[in-house]
Design a protein around this ligand. Sequence first.
Ligand code: PLP
Length: 403
Amino acid sequence: MTNATDIIKQSEEVLVKTYNSQPVVMDHGKGSYAYDSDGKEYLDFAAGIAVAALGHANPKMLETINKQAARLMTCQASYATAEKLEAAQLLVDNSCFDLVYFSNSGTESVEAALKCARKWAYDNKSKSANEIITFKNAFHGRTYGSASITEKRRTQPFFEPYLDGVQFAEFNDSASVRSLINENTAAIIVEPVQGEGGLTPANSFFLADLRRMCDEHNICLIFDEIQAGMGRVGTFFAYQAFGLDGVIVEPDIACIAKGMGGGFPVGAMVAKKSYGDAITVGTHGTTYGGNPLACAVAATVMSEILSNGFLDHVNKVSNYLFEGLQKIQGASGKIKDIRGKGLMIGVDTEFDIKELLKALQANGLMATQAGKATLRLTPPLNVSMEEAQQALIIINKTISEMS
Ligand code: PLP
């Protein structure tokens, strides 16, 4: 038995089975590459599912982590720190938002948004205005609030009761949303690009319609940008990539996490002042959220994403990958659909997705599954053109071998 099979087998004995085991053990990473415990190299187009925004072992992140860990890792959440201020300021200065609540994960950012929106509606609409409209195929997380607004709840009755007052509309279908709005609707929550659901971008008309409906009926519009935000779709916040006639569709609240910490666990809910003000002392909080170490890392990652030319690079590599995939589609006849935005790319093929992922892994490319059968590519945002080319070569080779 190799060391790797040992580790996998023993892990299965002591870990709750939340995932099926991968056949290899991950050991370390550098830039866009990850290495397993046998030393095999993989081009990492999973990046922890859109997390390692700056790749592995990024020198700027390492410097921040080392310096900040030696100085101050934690303090009571009630204290201000220069690091928390810097991270919050970056979010506020580069968006339409005014207030920031730091969390440790995506699902906590969603919980904060749901509480904030319901409190806002209670204060500003009526005490019974607590309904949330969400979407089919949406994914918002696994804690009770976020699981309640995720369609999968329908297949998991063993966790009931979920939150009451949740309605599921059709994604990209304004009429279906309109039919669900009533005087008790507190919020609409939407992913600008559905991630786990299969990499489906919202269309700008639809998001503009949501904005109009929310304005008309005094409803809070929440964007879940946990996967799509922080540079992933070619803009800092994902909402900035969606507009009609040059007018950007602004949400009232956004949820972020994943790429924001580049691998360090950190998230946030960001809100326009009139919504964020609904959370008052004692109504919400966290022990770890906003700790100096997480905020210092997030500030480093976000500064890099906002640095000159970074987002241009994301868009350039994105175009290159989409064009390359289209060429493979034309030549192979095995690709049914290519969709997504920026470096959040979904590919439907004729192959069994599990077999395809296994074959790609064997050929040195790590990727993930989204939806029922979509190949998801979410490389580090600073992936080089050469690495993107290498990924296309591996995908082409794998598809030819499987054909
Ligand atoms: N929302 C979206 C859109 C996500 O993609 C995810 C994670 O994949 C989450 C929420 C939950 O984030 P976390 O796993 O950090 O709790």
